[in-house]
Ligand binder design. Structure first.
Ligand SMILES: [Zn+2]
Length: 407
């Protein structure tokens, strides 16, 4: 009998993808009365509880108490690194003040750039650690963190370094975001400077806010193409505020993710669905923008696309919870609880190039969530969060509100 570090036993239902990426309509691996054997932070074996118990003796056993176990959630899109907040904008938004007008009154992204530039590295690190901690408490085992609140490439380099220096029990993926053109300076020169900085910075991914009031399709394409030549992964904010043709870049560039898609026409959504690019849905954002707009999930589903999910946590959309993103994806966008789970686990991990995350299978990292529910439907049927029982992050077992090393 082999000795292992950890056995998760008495799993009522284990639900995980069979392959990555998961496309709408694909099968899912579901096993009742299951157990998972973990050794050195890796999943060693998955099978019926009776068989796994015969094969292994564990120094620690977690009794899942007949509940649902899934991969830990993966947040495919966050802007968690910034200083300050913009809570005061909420009343303006409720009063019908437009985003453009809020910008004119000194709010919006430019105000966050000012407060972030004024903050020390320590303040920024503390803020990011707190937000990552909150994400973990809602079931995230891996998340993307974008830069983007700096006025120049040197500031972006500082933010990228902070993401890389954070010590977190969750896996973090860094993305260099070209967010908004600098005020009062030549925007072409800014794009050139960002391109020139790429070989030194070498982020895991680059991203561009391609939209009305941000970067044009041509500027976005120039930046993304330069990153692609260096082998950096590509992400794209597209069609959130207006359709200026950003999502059509799907036909020209090999994107890992294309995000937002609120204004994407059906024919372009069909192209996205047929590609290998994950369509990242961000249901918290539309709410924070007071918008009833929805992406064409019907087309994405019909054409067998790859849905992924993110919180889009930012000062404009203060949502650290992937549980909330999953719930909203059901009630706003019509994803079934199982579709929401696949989007929030294997597909978000796929979009971030994390091959051993977002699934529970031999060889994958031991990142698992044990929920307080017995059935997949309850994952989004129960609204308001609070469903996480335990999160296994390698050798660390996190209880909501309290983290302790496994012994
Ligand atoms: Zn975003």
């Amino acid at each position: 009998m082999r000795v292992i570090d950890l056995l998760i036993d008495n799993i009522g239902v284990l639900a995980t993808a069979r392959k990555s990426p998961w496309r709408f309509g694909d099968d899912v691996f579901i096993m009742e009365n299951a157990a998972v054997a973990v050794s050195r932070g890796e999943v060693l074996d998955v099978g019926p509880s009776s068989a796994i118990r015969k094969r292994y003796r564990a120094s620690r056993v977690i009794d899942a108490r007949n509940r649902l176990v899934t991969p830990a959630l993966v947040d495919a899109h966050t802007h968690m690194l910034f200083a300050g907040d913009r809570s005061w904008e909420l009343k303006l938004k409720l009063g019908g003040v437009t985003y453009g007008e809020i910008l004119r009154r000194g709010g919006g992204i430019y105000s966050t750039i000012e407060s972030t530039e004024a903050a020390s590295d320590e303040e920024l690190m503390r803020g990011l650690e707190d937000r990552v901690g909150a994400a973990i408490m809602h079931g995230a085992g891996a998340l993307e963190v974008k830069t983007g609140y700096a006025a120049a490439p040197s500031g972006e380099a500082r933010l990228l370094n902070i993401i890389r220096r954070i010590k977190s029990t969750a896996k973090l993926v860094d993305t260099l975001l070209m967010h908004v053109p600098p005020r009062g300076r030549d925007r072409e020169a800014h794009v050139d400077a960002m391109i020139e900085a790429l070989p030194q910075l070498m982020p895991s991914f680059v991203d561009v806010f391609c939209d009305d009031g941000a970067f044009t399709v041509d500027e976005s394409k120039r930046f993304l193409s330069a990153a692609a030549r260096l082998g950096i992964g590509l992400r794209l904010h597209a069609d959130e505020l207006a359709n200026i043709g950003c999502s059509e870049l799907i036909g020209e560039l090999s994107l890992s993710s294309i995000d937002h898609l609120l204004k994407t026409p059906g024919d372009v959504m069909a192209m996205i669905a047929k590609s290998r690019t994950a369509a990242v849905l961000l249901p918290c954002t539309a709410l924070s923008m007071m918008s009833g707009e929805k992406p064409r999930v019907d087309v994405l589903r019909r054409e067998g696309g790859i849905p992924a999910l993110g919180t889009d946590f930012s000062p404009n959309s203060w949502c650290p919870s992937m549980e909330a993103a999953m719930e909203l994806s059901t009630y706003l966008y019509g994803l079934t609880p199982l579709e929401a789970l696949m989007a929030a686990t294997t597909n978000s991990a796929y979009s971030l190039g994390l091959k051993d995350v977002g699934v529970v299978a031999p060889g994958s990292r031991a990142l698992l969530a044990i929920w307080k529910v017995n059935d997949i439907d309850w994952l989004t049927y129960w609204m308001g969060g609070g469903k996480l029982s335990l999160l296994v992050l390698g050798s660390i077992v996190v209880e909501p509100k309290a983290a302790s090393p496994a012994t």
